[in-house]
Design a protein around this ligand. Structure first.
Ligand code: ZN
Length: 217
């Protein structure tokens, strides 16, 4: 790239030498996770570093055919840690099996403790949201336009019953149990917290990648 720059009464040509880039847009080699995204056909761009996030990416939405709607409307990109993007890519086939085309979410990245507070002083541990490895799912929309709301349609199961063994009440509750339990059975997320878990999860499923666990509560 050449630029003409005026110096005194004459012109000189300044040649700008572009620095050599690495493999990724951010000038660094792609990670194994990013290569997995590419193999899955999921679009992304390396994202700016953020506290707590090991492999930050801006994922192109829809993700494997599933739209995501945040509080401000339909998302075009979605910031998260790369392994969560892989999980959402896998979740897409479960969603599609149930004709889900859109997920309404309460977000992914939030640098906070479990409960309250800011890391690293977290009496109950660091939230997976601080690592951008958790998504809060508030509702699902199917191809015919029907919306299933966790807050309005999930009926809390009696205490001793396991979430995926409990009897459901009505079509919408049955649908939400079926999708969440299929996500669990597919091992898409390591931990899913439903309204059964506690009051703080009355209006969403918290789905995360907590290590060394595979549970739906
Ligand atoms: Zn959450």
């Amino acid at each position: 790239m050449a630029h003409l720059v005026r110096v005194g009464f004459g012109w000189v040509v300044v040649v700008a030498v572009l620095s050599a880039c690495g493999d990724g847009d951010a000038g660094r080699p792609r990670t194994a996770c990013e290569m997995t995204l590419e193999a899955m056909g999921i679009g992304y761009a390396p994202a700016e570093p953020q506290a707590g996030v090991a492999e930050p990416v801006d994922v192109t939405v829809p993700i494997a055919g599933i739209a995501y709607r945040g509080i401000d409307g339909l998302r075009e990109t979605f910031f998260m840690d790369c392994p969560l993007a892989v999980a959402l890519g896998r979740a897409a086939s479960v969603f599609s099996d149930h004709e889900v085309v859109e997920v309404a979410d309460f977000g992914v990245y939030n640098y906070r403790c479990i409960g309250e507070g800011t890391p690293p002083d977290c009496p109950m541990g660091i939230s997976q949201h601080a690592f951008a490895r958790a998504i809060d799912v508030a509702a699902l929309v199917t191809a015919d336009g029907t919306s299933f709301s966790v807050n309005d349609d999930w009926v809390i199961d009696p205490d001793p019953e396991a979430t995926c063994e409990a009897l459901t009440e009505g079509a919408a509750d049955t649908f939400l149990h079926a999708v969440s339990c299929d996500l669990h059975a597919a091992g898409v997320f390591n931990l899913i917290l439903t309204p059964n878990y506690n009051d703080e999860h009355r209006n969403h499923w918290h789905c995360d990648l907590t290590p060394d666990v595979l549970a739906i509560l």
